[in-house]
Design a protein around this ligand. Structure first.
Ligand code: AMP
Ligand code: ZN
Length: 123
């Protein structure tokens, strides 16, 4: 999974550039498959993005070969939520997808939001 992941990046993608270190980020976690960093414009006291190192445009782009990677993304998010101290009070995961989903960066990312009570439903 790892070698394949690191070979599949997109030259024009902001988050691929962050993974490559060409654009700075406030790193939270990195391994061969996923990268996590603080959101530059936090929507909550804790706002971390976790992304696959493999460039996937959005969650719709994931297919069967990405099954393990998708599972890892979610389980690693659980680890990070715990490390960020969000376990007790709870938190929210968000994957904005496409135009109506409000996606603005077209490299799959899971938002980890916590540290305050979050409203529902979204506007
Ligand atoms: P989305 O609207 O779901 O596509 O989320 C994109 C997120 O990326 C937003 O929450 C932005 O604040 C965040 N973002 C954009 N540029 C950067 C950056 N250079 N470093 C960290 N987060 C960023
Ligand atoms: Zn990318």
């Amino acid at each position: 999974m790892s070698n394949q992941a690191s070979n599949e990046q997109s030259a024009d993608c902001l988050f691929c550039k962050i993974i490559a270190g060409d654009i700075p980020s406030n790193k939270v976690y990195s391994d061969d498959d996923v990268y996590a960093f603080h959101d530059i414009n936090p929507a909550a006291p804790q706002h971390v993005l976790i992304i696959p190192k493999k460039h996937l445009t959005d969650v719709r782009s994931a297919n069967e070969e990405d099954q393990a990677l998708m599972g890892k993304l979610l389980l690693k998010a659980n680890d990070l939520a715990k490390e960020l101290g969000l376990d007790e009070k709870g938190f929210r995961y968000v994957i904005n997808t496409g135009e109506y989903g409000g996606q603005t960066v077209f490299h799959l990312h899971l938002h980890i939001l916590g540290g305050r009570a979050l409203g529902w439903p979204p506007g």
